[in-house]
Design a binder for this molecule. Structure first.
Ligand SMILES: [Zn+2]
Length: 212
């Protein structure tokens, strides 16, 4: 929120300067100020990414799932939990399947890795369309220093776009550092909570831990 307020203030000042001395604008001298003293007319929101309530998820034959502590982890298990992506103070919805704490981290960490890899280009688009019933597609775009996040219609299932989440802007560098922190703390949590099987699980899910 604070970033948004500051950006708004900067925009207001930028507009005042433009109206005061529009005719003096030159590429190197903007109204007597340095080129850094005004902002482009964009609102970028802060982005934070973290996890909560990591657990082992084993599907029961009868449907639904059993949630077990991380300490019961073995290499073939699914690690689920709450993946929180907050942009501009709003939490991204629909990430979990059964509930908000039912996000498949083996899948999502690979997809976020895919986003980070795609963002090595200054113009990029990366969509994660998991195809599960009712789940929408999650789309990450990059244009220069700006990233954009959208929840779009799934091309594989009946999941729908969310009008509240269309090209919501964030800073690419902040996304990349938040992703890196998430990946690091996830791997650290596995090693701490399930020391006997963490390395085996990490090797089996190659890409989750790439870079560590
Ligand atoms: Zn899973």
């Amino acid at each position: 929120m604070q970033t948004g307020v500051l950006t708004t203030l900067r925009l207001l000042f930028a507009k005042i300067r433009v109206s005061e001395c529009y005719r003096d604008v030159t590429p190197t001298d903007f109204c007597g100020h340095t080129a850094m003293s005004y902002s482009l007319p964009v609102i970028r929101h802060g982005i934070r990414i973290w996890y909560e309530n990591l657990h082992v998820s084993r599907t029961r034959d009868s449907g639904g799932s059993d949630d077990l502590p991380l300490s019961s982890l073995s290499r073939g298990d699914h690690v689920h939990g709450g993946l929180r992506i907050e942009i501009g103070g709003r939490l991204v919805p629909h990430l979990g399947y059964w509930n908000a704490d039912d996000v498949c981290f083996g899948s999502w960490l690979l997809e976020l890795r895919g986003v980070a890899d795609a963002f090595s280009e200054t113009t990029a688009q990366y969509a994660y369309d998991e195809g599960e019933q009712g789940q929408p597609a999650f789309v990450f775009e990059r244009a220069g220093n700006s990233g954009f996040f959208s929840i779009a219609d799934s091309q594989l299932s009946d999941g729908h776009a969310d009008p509240e989440w269309q090209r919501v802007e964030f800073e690419v560098d902040e996304f990349l550092s938040q992703y890196s922190l998430l990946q690091h703390s996830f791997v650290t949590a596995l090693r701490k909570e399930a020391p006997a099987s963490a390395e085996d699980w990490i090797r089996t899910h190659e890409g989750v831990s790439r870079g560590f």
